[in-house]
Structure formats: C-alpha cells, structure tokens
Design a protein around this ligand. Structure first.
Ligand code: NAX
Length: 335
C-alpha cells in the first residue's frame, strides 16, 4: 500500500472545516486508493469543534482514513504535512480597517508559513481558503523561503465553479460541457470571470451566447451587466439568502482544487490563484488567479491567450487591488 498522505486543515473546527473533512476522508479529494492522515489545527476557542469533528470522523469508519489528530500548535500540526489547507482566518468585524484586517491575518499566516517552512514534507502543497485569501497566501509564502513559491496557492475555484454554473443554463449545456473559462485576479469583487476563450460542446461560448440572447451586443450586455457581477458578488448573495457565508460549495471547490493539482486537470484548464511569474503583465510575486493546467503535479499558467481591451482593463483593476494589498502589508512590515 502507498504511504498515507498527511493533510493539515486549519480552522478545522469551523464551518468549512466541517464540510471539508468528511469529503477528504471519503476519498473525494485524492481518490479511492489514497489513505489520508488528518491533522486538525485550531485556536483554543475552536478546539472543541475540531475534537467533535474528529469523533464523528472516527464514527464514519472511512476505509481511507488512517489517523486523525487535533492540535493547537502550528509547528506540531504542520510537521511532515504533504497538504496544508489554510481555512482558518480572522474575519473582518465591524469598524475594522483594511490595515487591521491584513495585520490580524498576517499574525496567523506568517507563523503558519514559518511552521510549514520548518517542518512540512518536501512535497508540501498549500491552499489558502481563509480571506483575504490571495494576500494571506502571499504572506505565508514570504515566511517560507525554503518552500518553492509555486507550492503556495489561493482558492478561486469557487468563483470558477460559480461562473460555470451561471453560464451553463444560459448557453444551454451541462456544466461538464464547458471548458476553458478563467477567473483572473483577486478572490474579491474585482475578480474578472472571463468567457472569451470558453467553449461549450466544442462551440465558442461567445457565439452561443450571441445566438441564444439575440446578437453580440445582447451577449456582451449579459456578460457585463449580469454574469460578471453575479459571479463576483455571489458570496454576498449567499450570505443574504442563507444568513451565513458559503460553506459546502467552498469546501467542494477546495476538494476540486487539490484534486486537480495532485491528479492533473482534464477537460481543459481551470482557475487557481498562483504566485505570478510575470505572465500576462501580472507583477511577479503577486498571488493572482490565472488560467492554469496541472501537469505532473504542478500548476502551469496557460500561456499565449489574447486579451482584448476590456479583458486587459478588468485584469488590471483586480491586479491593482492585489498590489495595494501587497503594498499595505509591506508598509506594515508584515512581509
Ligand atoms: P468559521 O468562522 O466557521 O471557521 C473558521 C475557523 O478558523 C474557526 O473555528 C476559528 O477558530 C479558526 N481559526 C481562526 N484562527 C485560526 C488559526 N490561527 N489557526 C487555526 N484555526 C483558526 O469560518 P468558515 O465559514 O469556515 O470560513 C473560513 C474562511 O474561509 C473565512 O476566512 C472565509 O472568509 C473564507 N472563505 C473563502 C472562500 C474562498 O472562495 N476563498 C469562500 C468561502 C469563505 O468565505
């Protein structure tokens, strides 16, 4: 049998943690042949939640689950870890300025980056879910100088999945027929969901939208006035309807992200926030969402896509926001 994969989940006693743990243990993330060991990291006030989840994991008798341990010490929780799912973060509370939020999260993601640097397995891969996810990933990476930068990612797969789900009924195809959609930029309201290169059942999505909506102008109007804001503000819509932020869909997107990263993409590219190598004019070092394929266990940014003036502008706006966040954490001396 293969050696079990060790997975550290932070914020494991929280909402997303609860939705994520059981899917990991069931094999949905790494496939039906991979045993998993779960290290659940919490802060003291979240420990009972994580301990309760651990009891229920035991009670589920998952054949693939070889071990569960609960920690409140990052150094111990990340020792030997192959996969670090950084879910726990400090949420913005009333009256909190952006600088306060970034500083509070740097106090979490800095030490976690250091713990990963010190003790994680050589092949460690990191996914940041906790917001502000892109900049939290940047902070963690900055504190882990011995870990290759391409092992640090932030989750934009939920945005990608939301975009697929909005697009499918409008073009009249199942989601599984849609390929090559991209989320660019920050996991925030400035993100740019881009369908310019997308196809559905082999046909151009732009052409299908024009056909179904009554011409290219109507298609463009739908994209700009409906699709892009609906995807970008979907998180707020979920809060409005459920009275709490996305949980199961966020966990599911995390499963998809890791699954594709480890096992490879098929059916075109997907979206993930990765450390920029300067592709598409995104300044090197920023953690920005790109069209990505996973080849041999590593994300590769899809190269050579043409961007029209509209796309260029939307990407620039979101990247400017990422630069502002980086400048703010630099000014605070956090990276
Ligand atoms: P919860 O508040 O239910 O859970 C967060 C847990 O993290 C809590 O149990 C808390 O005790 C723990 N925690 C806090 N600091 C910690 C630390 N230093 N070490 C370990 N654990 C720590 O929030 P939940 O709904 O699970 O959301 C978690 C994060 O995901 C939030 O930051 C949220 O904004 C973010 N999201 C990101 C999404 C994305 O697409 N990237 C979408 C969903 C979600 O909004």
């Amino acid at each position: 049998a293969k050696k079990p994969i060790t997975i550290t989940i932070t914020g494991a006693g929280g909402q997303i943690g609860y939705a994520l743990l059981f899917r990991i243990a069931s094999g949905a993330m790494l496939g039906p042949d991979t045993q998993v060991r779960l290290n659940l990291l919490e802060i003291p006030q979240g420990l009972r939640g994580a301990e309760g989840a651990a009891l229920e994991l035991h009670d589920s008798a998952f054949p693939l689950l070889s071990h569960v341990e609960v920690y409140d010490d990052p150094t111990a929780a990340f020792r030997g870890t192959n996969l670090a799912l950084l879910v726990g973060a400090r949420p913005r509370t009333a009256g909190m300025e952006r600088g306060d939020l970034l500083a509070a999260n740097a106090g979490i993601f800095g030490p976690q980056g250091e713990a990963i640097n010190a003790g994680a397995a050589d092949d460690v891969r990191v996914v940041v879910v906790g917001n502000p996810a892109n900049t939290n990933a940047l902070i963690a990476a900055a504190h882990a100088p011995d870990v290759p930068a391409d092992r640090f990612t932030a989750l934009t797969r939920l945005d990608h999945n939301r975009a697929l789900a909005q697009l499918a009924p409008t073009v009249g195809t199942p989601v599984s027929d849609i390929r090559d959609l991209t989320i660019w930029g920050n996991h925030s309201a400035t993100q740019f969901p881009d369908v310019a290169h997308a196809t559905a059942g082999g046909q151009s999505v732009a052409a299908l939208l024009a056909y179904r909506l009554g011409g290219p102008d109507a298609a463009r109007e739908w994209l700009v006035d409906h699709f892009i804001p609906r995807v970008a503000k979907r998180g707020a819509e979920i809060i409005e309807v459920r009275g709490s932020s996305s949980v199961a869909s966020a966990a599911s997107a995390t499963i998809d992200h890791v699954h594709d990263w480890v096992l490879g993409t098929s059916n075109g590219w997907t979206s993930a926030a990765v450390v920029s190598d300067g592709s598409y004019g995104v300044p090197e070092g920023l953690v920005s969402s790109f069209p990505v394929e996973s080849v041999d266990g590593a994300w590769r940014i899809v190269q050579g896509l043409e961007l029209d003036a509209f796309a260029r502008h939307r990407i620039d706006v979101s990247v400017a926001e990422l630069q502002d966040e980086r400048d703010a954490v630099r000014a605070l001396g956090l990276v």
